[in-house]
Write a protein that binds this ligand. Structure first.
Ligand code: PMV
Length: 289
């Protein structure tokens, strides 16, 4: 039996555009997913295409127990965390000898398959390696740690990443001359953000722009917009959708002293608020239970 955990993640900048080769910045956050794998005689079968794929790819037979601190289908990277932790636990339990890089690559392959060929390596890189990660056209770079205070607002409206990615692909196909400049702008603001990581007011402003561009791509949701506006009114530096959108979560960047205020603003919009910070650790082995 082997138990491994992986953190959740938020997109600070660049979701959706990153699927088309633009840069993105994402950060691992404290809540984790814990996965225990046991050997078994019968082949694994679950309702999760992510977990099924982990067993298919590795060719072993086992059972899985999951304990998650992350809400699923909410844009906090729970599917990537489950995939990376499951592959790591299988690797450990069956002595497969995969490196952590190999696990990140396999997990990306699985996400891509489940998302019908359209996925970026952002989620799987961040949950594997932890920290703040800059992704640009297939390569990743870890950025210095920052003590960002992030309040996550969960709309409690589940979203389907594959569907949202599909809807942006549709929009891009129908209106390339509108969509491509929006993606270019997201790429440009992500590069600006990369050079201002210590300047919270400027980062907040860029997050607000990123949010508007995501809404223009069609991945907004009224419940998310309400929480974004309420967080800004409560004094956050900036707020935006995180992840695929169409429901799921938003994030607000704020001063430590204002976290409670921003949480209250989110809860008053009937969202569920959760304050979090950076997790510098990625996937890790837990004590067997
Ligand atoms: O909703 P999440 O956490 O799965 O994030 C999806 C992010 C996208 O950029 C929309 C897709 C991707 O693979 O990067």
């Amino acid at each position: 039996m082997a138990t491994w955990s992986a953190p959740g993640k938020v997109f600070l900048f660049g979701e959706h555009a990153v699927v088309y080769g633009k840069p993105a910045i994402a950060m691992a956050i404290k809540p984790r997913v814990f996965v225990t794998v046991r050997r078994s005689k019968n082949p694994h079968s679950s309702r999760s295409p992510y977990i099924d794929s982990c067993f298919e790819e590795t060719g072993v037979k086992g059972s899985v127990y999951i304990h998650s601190q992350l809400p699923s289908s909410s844009g906090l990277g729970s599917s990537a965390a489950v995939t990376v932790a499951t592959l790591s636990a299988i690797n450990d339990e069956f002595d497969l000898g995969y490196s952590v890089e190999k696990i990140a690559d396999m997990a990306f392959g699985i996400e891509k398959k489940v998302q019908k060929g359209k996925a970026s390596p952002t989620d799987t890189s961040v949950v594997t390696f932890g920290g703040i990660v800059f992704i640009t056209d297939g390569s990743r770079r870890r950025l210095p740690p920052e003590q960002f205070n992030i309040v996550v607002g969960n709309s409690l409206i589940p979203h389907n990443t594959a569907k949202m990615v599909e809807s942006v692909a549709d929009f891009k196909k129908r209106y390339p001359t509108i969509c491509e400049p929006l993606m270019d702008s997201i790429g440009a603001l992500t590069i600006c953000a990369l050079h201002q990581m210590g300047d919270l007011p400027k980062l907040g402003r860029l997050m607000n722009v990123n949010h508007s561009l995501l809404e223009s791509l069609g991945v907004g949701h009224p419940a998310i917009t309400r929480m974004v506006l309420a967080s800004r009114a409560a004094g956050a530096f900036g707020a935006k959708i995180t992840g695929a959108g169409g429901g799921g979560c938003m994030i607000a960047l704020c001063a430590k002293t204002l976290k409670g205020h921003v949480e209250g603003a989110i809860e008053s919009c009937e969202g569920r608020a959760m304050s979090t910070t950076l997790d510098t650790q990625g996937v890790r082995k837990e004590k067997d239970v």
